[in-house]
Design a protein around this ligand. Structure first.
Ligand code: NDP
Ligand code: X2W
Length: 349
């Protein structure tokens, strides 16, 4: 009998789910026992995803809580916001561990969720069970828990870029401006006018300016770190590429800190965490340099002329922004090496 952790994936036919499969197939402590679809149960997963032919030889299962509980120890829910709200409580009640990739359990306040997501919030009983999984920042809180809420893609890039400087009190958080750009896979596999080729190709467009649902998530975590309320100006933009997020952060420095000071501060902060790489002086990260990997790369320019700091943080939205961080959180939950099953070099060029 296998002593591996038995894992099921709900939403296995979405971008996050398929990416979970890509990594979990190589994870030494995990066995994928069920790939689940609410719309295509019964068919081999490789019918819809021929790149998995002969690699994942499983038929898609339906969403049946008892069947999942009979097969699996832990479930990844890579399901849309609103779906997880309903599904996750049933999985937890069935005794399963859960790592949820949606936005449904990230915000502590149900009222804040409803204001930004425009959907009914999960019940407070379950909201308070969720541990927020920004791996590098909350690693110690994740060990041994049963339910992790995986961070959003934009919050991951943005928060990892801001937190060390905020924690050190080197920046004035009242001046934070975040200019964030994402590839189209961030909006999921379902077709929409937004992700239509003719709308996206050779285009660069802003959306949800100051209204994005990730704003309260970023402010919640920064408030936790700062010990007081924090607000950010946050602009999201779509760029004509498949994967990648670049979050460019502008903030006023509280002292005469140099790039070298910042590099030292950030390298110290992330010293025990292999997936955040801090660039050397004048070497700014590009999305291609993390493509397909779980890395978050960060670079700086402290401008003595304006007194402002520019921080550039890049991730692959489907990996560090979703499936990769979810597996990193699984590793932290289970007490395994943080990088187990994730040690891939980015795809380049
Ligand atoms: N894409 C990204 O970069 C990121 C995504 N996320 C979040 O992760 C989650 C998954 O995202 P992503 O994979 O991109 O989304 P997709 O739209 O690509 O996939 C979502 C999947 O959920 C399944 N689904 C839909 N309705 C139900 C239901 N009622 N019950 C069970 N399953 C259902 C669908 O599969 P089927 O019809 O086969 O059931 C679908 O393939 C979302 O909450 C998203 O916001 C978070 C960070 C980054
Ligand atoms: C490019 C793009 O459209 N990205 C999506 C990210 C959505 C997402 O990941 O949703 P939750 O984290 O809130 O579940 C967006 O901006 O809404």
């Amino acid at each position: 009998m296998s002593s591996k952790l038995k894992v099921a994936i709900v939403g296995s036919t979405g971008y996050g789910g398929v990416e979970l499969i890509r990594f979990l197939v190589h994870h030494p402590q995990v066995e994928i026992v069920s790939v689940i679809s609410s719309s295509s149960a019964g068919a081999p997963i490789s019918d819809g995803f021929p790149h998995l032919t002969d690699i994942v030889v499983l038929d898609l299962d339906g969403v049946d809580i008892h069947e999942i509980a009979a097969k699996a120890d832990l479930v990844f829910t890579a399901t849309p916001s609103g779906v997880s709200t309903q599904l996750v409580p049933q999985l937890l009640d069935a005794g399963l561990k859960v790592i949820d990739l949606s936005g449904d359990f990230r915000l502590l306040s149900g009222a804040t969720y409803e204001a930004w997501y425009k959907k009914p919030a999960a019940s407070p009983e379950y909201l308070k069970q969720a541990v927020y999984g920004l791996s590098e920042v909350y690693a110690e809180k994740l060990a041994g828990v049963s339910f992790i809420s995986n961070p959003g893609c934009y919050p991951t890039a943005t928060l990892l870029g801001i937190i060390p400087a905020l924690k050190a009190d080197w920046i004035d958080h009242r001046t934070l401006i975040v200019d964030a750009k994402s590839g189209v896979s961030g909006s999921g596999r379902g077709t929409s006018l937004t992700s239509h080729y003719a709308e996206m190709n050779e285009n660069f467009k802003a959306y949800k300016v100051n209204k994005h649902q990730h704003i309260p998530e970023i402010e919640q975590v920064l408030g936790d770190i700062a010990g007081e309320d924090v607000t950010v100006t946050f602009t999201t933009q779509l760029v004509p590429m498949t994967r990648g997020i670049m979050s460019t952060i502008y903030v006023t420095l509280k002292g005469d800190y140099t790039d070298r000071d910042l590099i030292g501060l950030y390298r110290d902060y992330y010293i025990d965490h292999p997936f955040v790489r801090v660039r050397g002086e004048g070497i700014w990260p590009a999305t291609k340099e993390v493509f397909g990997s779980n890395y978050c790369d960060i670079g700086f320019s402290a401008d003595a002329r304006t007194g402002r700091l520019t921080i550039i943080s890049v991730i692959d939205n489907v990996v560090k922004g979703a499936a990769g961080q979810a597996i990193q959180n699984l590793n932290l939950m289970m007490g395994w090496e943080e990088n187990l099953g994730l040690g891939f070099i980015p795809v380049y060029p």
